[in-house]
Structures are given as C-alpha cells and as structure tokens.
Design a protein around this ligand. Structure first.
Ligand code: HEM
Length: 488
C-alpha cells in the first residue's frame, strides 16, 4: 500500500498549492504553515512535489544522515536548459561525473591549509575596509551607498582576488568584474524562485522567443548573458594574465598549471572555470550579508558590544591589527559570530536539494525527484533549540549549557555543504573583531539628535541570499589614534 505524503496546505485541482506560494520572505510563511502541518510538509505544484523541512531533526536525518540520496539538485528547465547553466556548481546534479571533481577542487582550494595561504590578501583587504569605514565615520549612509552596503561589498569582493589573483579597483562599485558579480547576484534567484509554467510543461520551451506569452524565454536569455559573462569574462582575463606573467598564488593559478607548468586539458580548464566562478558568486554576497547583519545587531546591543571589546582589550590589547591566529583566544567574539549567523541566517532556506530515489521517513513517502527545501531560518529560530530565539544573545554559546552550534545548519547539508565555510568564518572574524577593536558602533541619530531604532522599518531581501535593508548605524573610532597605531 502506498504511504501518504507528508501533510501540507489544502490543494486545488491540477494546480495544487500554486495559488498560495508566497512571493517574498518565503521562510516566514513556511515556518508559519509548519505550525499547522508539522515539520515535514508537502507542497504540490501541478505534478511537482516539494518537501519543506522545518526542524533540526528533519534536516539532519534526511540531508545529512541520508546524504547519499538527498544531495542532488532539482532539474530546472529555466536554469539548466534555457539559461544554459548546466555546468554551474550550484545547480549541478550530484550524479553528474563533474560533481566529485568540482567538489574536490573547491575543497582543495578552500580548506584550512589553502585559506592560510590567502591570509596576506585577506589582511590587505581588511585594512582597506577599516580605512574606508574610518574615513566615512560621520556619514554612514553615504558609505553604505558608495560601497553598496558599506563593508558588505568590500568584504564580499575580497574573494574575487582569491579566485583569480585579481585586485579589485576601488571603489569597488567602479570595478568591471565587481559589476558583473553584482548583476549576477539576482540572476540565479530569478531563474529558480518564481514559478514558471515551463517547469511543469516543458514542451513550452519550443514556443518561439517572439511569442507574446514566452516571457520566460526572454528572462532566461537575459539572465544567461549575465551569468555567462560572470564566468567567462574573468576566466579569459585570468588565463591571459597567466600566459603573460606568473600570477600571485590564487585558486586559479594553483589549478591552472600542472607540475610542469604546462596547460591543463580543456576539460580541466572548463572545470576550473566553473569552480572559480562558484567561489566568487558563492562567496561575495553571503559574507557581506553576515557583516551587514552584524552592524545592525551590534549597533542596537551596546552591552554585548562592551563585553566583546573588553575581551579584545584583555586578550589582544590595542595598537595592533587582530589576525586569524587570535581567533582561538577570543571565545566571546566567536560566540558573537555564531549568534549573528543564527539570528540572521544568510541563506534562510539554503539551496534546494532533491532526492534520487523513493524514501520513507516517519511513515511518509518522500517520492523520488522531490525538491527538498530546508527552512534554515525556522531551525535557527526554534525555541526548543534556542531559548528566546528572537533575542540576540551570544552567551548562549558559552559556558556549560551551550546551545546547538548554528554552524551545523547555516552552511547547508550533506554532500552539498558549503565548501567556503572556513574562508567565510575567517573573513567574518577579521572584519568583526577589528571593527570592534577600533570603533564604537551605535544607532544613528536623526536631525533632532534622537536615536533611530534600526529595527523599525527594517526589511530583508528575498532571494537565495538575504540582506538586511533600510537601516543606518553610526561608527566612531574608540580613540583618536586608534587607526594610526595600527598603521592605517
Ligand atoms: C557566511 C557565509 C556563507 C554562508 C552562510 C554560506 C551558506 C551556504 C549554503 C547554505 C549553501 C548550500 C548548501 C546546501 O546545498 O546544502 C552553500 C553552498 C555553497 N557555497 Fe556557501 N556560504 C557562505 C560563504 C561561502 C563562501 C565564502 C564561498 C566561497 C569562497 C562559498 C561557496 C559555496 C559554494 C561553491 C556552494 C555550492 C556547493 C554545492 O552546490 O555543492 N560560500 N553555502
């Protein structure tokens, strides 16, 4: 006898739950629905089944413990076929022969040992960030605008030079490659998040492009151009540079030359192009989103800020840049970073997985090919795991009764777990620890001198990667010579 699917909102004939699909901040609606339908929920859109997991148990039981069958990506006509992103890391099937090769290259380029090699570059970029913040101390709004979200942009694009050995032109928004990444940022969500009829009626792809209702064709073409440029243009640049002059150590140069410094095969070169592309498209806006959330939270939690600064002053002292080796001796800062990523998970619904065979879980059938969505936001706001989940409190990760490490969730699951987590952690640590060491961060004031509550009017960007929008904060050096003391 066929087992039932997990419960879900009532469906309409043929279209299923299509009429109910939330258009923005889906993680909130799905968390709300889970209160009625439970932590394993089904949404049906025509013949496509989506399973939404809302509990830590569900995501870990399926996506981690049964990773061998839950690490595929759903096939999308828009992304893979019409926009030609078949070889892109993010959508690549776990059954594709390239998948283990891509992962191997990413892990090799982004593991702890490799990240250590990038440290001089990280510190270089960090100084630029701190200098930029200090110079604009009285005008945060313009700083945020100039750098498209202040430190967010700088922090994000630091990764670019890691992928290609490329030095971003400052200010970053004038940089041609940075513009490519920026444009590409919304391209992927536009292809996979809204519902397109071509996904359930694939024959629609044969409609001529000029056909009035074939808007999806035009969207796919436009996004294809953007996504292709993001991958091919820097690749060609890096290749040319490598041919004319030996490059700084970078992810690209490490892989592009074999031991005899001869070119690798075309296949290897293609793999490298897509994995390098995955590094900056995966790393740029994620890390910057976490840093943006940090400014939001720290500007409204002065006691936490003081505790963090006290730890820095006690352990590192003032007058020098905090470096990656200090990380292990700053437990409060590490707890604070965990809490930022828990409170505001950067990818609130992770990336979509799919299951490669029929499976049974808790008496329900999870049919082969179902799309699996992990509601990471709901997990990191589950009161059973995190007491008072909406309160920002780094101390929950200190002492004897520590709460569950959010890094078990926020970087994703199974064979698709984020390969950039080590680099992300280091990037975030350097920026947060040094900002706390050098600056006091507080709420901005209006023209009447009243503090502006950034939580009022706050909004979050909908997309694969979210971002706190519409807020201001104020930043002043902790001492007049703080920046001079570290040579900035
Ligand atoms: C705070 C920072 C970051 C967060 C929260 C984050 C989170 C995630 C999540 C949730 C996924 C999906 C995992 C899954 O499918 O289960 C992912 C995938 C990925 N991330 Fe990150 N990430 C961050 C930074 C980075 C950085 C710095 C890089 C590169 C340098 C990177 C590269 C990637 C790549 C290439 C994938 C695709 C992996 C695959 O499909 O197999 N990420 N990340």
């Amino acid at each position: 006898k066929r087992l039932p699917l997990p419960p879900g909102p009532p469906k309409r004939f043929l279209t299923g739950n299509l009429h109910q699909l939330p258009k923005t901040k889906q993680w909130l609606t799905y968390a709300d629905w889970a209160k009625t339908y439970g932590p394993i929920m089904t949404l049906q859109i025509f013949n496509r089944t989506t399973i939404i997991l809302t509990s830590a148990k569900g995501v870990l039981d399926l996506l981690d413990s049964r990773a061998s069958i839950y690490s595929d990506r759903p096939r999308s006509w828009m992304l893979h076929t019409l926009a030609g992103q078949d070889a892109s890391m993010f959508g690549l099937s776990s059954r594709d022969l390239r998948f283990p090769r891509y992962r191997k290259m990413l892990v090799a380029g982004l593991n702890k040992r490799s990240v250590t090699k990038y440290r001089p570059e990280l510190e270089n970029r960090l100084k630029g960030l701190l200098r930029g913040l200090a110079e604009n101390a009285n005008d945060f709004e313009s700083l945020l605008t100039t750098y498209t979200g202040g430190i967010a942009l700088k922090a994000g694009f630091r990764l670019y030079s890691i992928a290609y050995g490329y030095d971003v032109v400052e200010p970053a928004e004038n940089d041609y490659f940075v513009q490519l990444i920026d444009k590409a940022d919304s391209a992927m969500p536009t292809l996979v998040q809204p519902f397109y009829f071509v996904e359930v009626f694939p024959f629609l792809r044969f409609l001529p492009k000029w056909f009035p209702t074939a808007t999806f064709h035009r969207i796919a073409l436009e996004k294809k151009k953007i996504l292709d440029a993001m991958v091919y243009v820097p690749y060609e640049w890096a290749k040319k540079k490598l041919e004319t002059s030996p490059s700084e150590p970078s992810f690209f140069s490490q892989h592009f030359l074999d031991e005899d410094e001869k070119k690798t095969s075309q296949e290897d070169a293609d793999n490298l192009m897509w994995t390098s592309g995955a590094i900056y498209s995966g790393g740029a806006h994620t890390t910057s989103s976490a840093l943006t959330s940090f400014f939001l939270l720290i500007s409204t939690h002065s006691e936490i800020q003081k505790a963090a600064q006290a730890e820095i002053d006690r352990v590192v002292g003032r007058g020098r840049l905090i470096n990656s080796d200090d990380k292990t001796s700053l437990p409060y800062i590490n707890a604070l970073i965990k809490e930022v990523l828990r409170w505001a998970p950067v990818a609130p619904m992770g990336l979509r997985h799919s299951v490669t065979q029929d499976d049974i879980y808790e008496g329900y059938l999870i049919p082969k090919g179902s799309m699996i969505i992990s509601n990471i936001w709901a997990v990191t706001h589950d009161a059973e795991l995190y007491s008072e989940p909406f309160v920002f409190n780094p101390s929950r990760f200190l002492g004897d009764k520590q709460q569950r490490d959010p890094f078990d969730f926020v970087f994703g699951f199974g064979r698709r777990v984020c390969p950039g987590a080590t680099l992300a952690e280091e990037t975030i640590f350097l920026a947060i620890a040094n900002c706390l060491s050098l600056f006091n961060i507080s709420q901005a004031r209006d023209t009447a001198g009243q503090e502006i509550d950034p939580m009022q009017g706050l909004d979050w960007r909908t997309g694969l990667v979210t971002l706190a929008l519409n807020f201001k904060f104020s930043l002043t050096p902790r001492s007049p010579d703080a920046l001079d003391a570290i040579g900035l």
